[in-house]
Design a protein around this ligand. Structure first.
Ligand SMILES: Nc1ncnc2c1ncn2[C@@H]1O[C@H](COP(=O)(O)OP(=O)(O)O)[C@@H](O)[C@H]1O
Ligand SMILES: [Mg+2]
Length: 233
């Protein structure tokens, strides 16, 4: 029951965010082996999610809703248009929000057989750049983890906690955060995998408490059009 109340609070907060330029997509995951399938309390009709309790049914509208049968490729299709925007210098953020066990890691990272949004975005970005003739693009990546309110560089792990600052143009900057240049998907994949292994929640880590761990992977794209430098991330 408390899980249900928390979900309603989350859904109300998300619905108010949707008034802005943000697109919100809901993905319901399948029941896990340990869960009781008779306790299903969600159903999807079009882009509306119905949440039912013993006393009431409530409907929430989103930009799109996906049920437990959705494929990684369908979720990627929801965000893939924004990759072209980044090449024209428009910054984009894709993030997963939800309580522990909701499916954020599955959706964003996925696994080798069924890659999630992050590797698919990198692949598509590289494919798009390959198709542009005559332009040379600089692409780099940074990857950080926020754990227990501290910021750690996953690509160049050191013990120190990095600081998040805002510069004079109100851009978020993290002095000391490393970036690595990449020029192919396989280079990206190598960097990304090694970064994932450095997370406190990596399978090799003794720390299983994922709820306090957040990670931000950033891809920076830069190229020249005539004399003009176009940057997007
Ligand atoms: N859409 C999905 N299809 C199949 N299994 C999923 C799906 N979403 C999540 N899971 C499984 O549910 C469990 C919790 O998901 P996870 O992504 O680790 O949650 P989170 O990162 O939000 O804490 C994992 O075992 C994951 O493989
Ligand atoms: Mg996770």
């Amino acid at each position: 029951h408390s899980r249900h109340s928390i979900s309603i609070l989350l859904l109300n907060a998300i619905c108010s965010v949707m008034e802005s330029k943000v697109r919100v997509v809901v993905r319901v995951r399948p029941f896990l082996g340990t869960e009781e399938p008779t306790s299903r309390c969600t159903s999807i009709q079009g882009n509306s999610l119905e949440l039912s309790s013993t006393v009431q049914k409530t409907h929430y509208k989103f930009d799109s809703c996906y049920n437990q049968d959705s494929e990684q490729s369908q979720i990627f299709a929801e965000v893939s248009d924004s990759i072209g925007d980044v090449l024209s210098g428009i910054n984009t953020t894709i993030f997963a929000y939800g309580m522990t066990g909701a499916g954020k890691t599955h959706t964003m990272q996925g696994n080798a057989d069924n890659p999630g949004i992050i590797p698919r975005v990198a692949q598509r970005l590289m494919d798009l750049i390959e198709k542009q003739s005559g332009n040379t693009y600089d692409i780099s990546v940074s990857y950080l983890e926020i754990y227990n309110e501290k910021v750690f560089d996953l690509l160049e792990p050191k013990a120190e906690d990095l600081h998040i600052r805002q510069d004079a143009r109100h851009e978020i900057v993290i002095p000391g955060l490393s970036t690595q240049k990449i020029s192919s998907f396989s280079q990206f994949d190598r960097v990304y995998r090694s970064g994932c292994l450095n997370r406190t929640t990596a399978p090799t880590s003794l720390n299983k408490e994922s709820s306090r761990s957040h990670a931000i992977l950033c891809l920076y794209v830069q190229h020249k059009e005539g004399d003009k430098l176009i940057t997007g991330k």
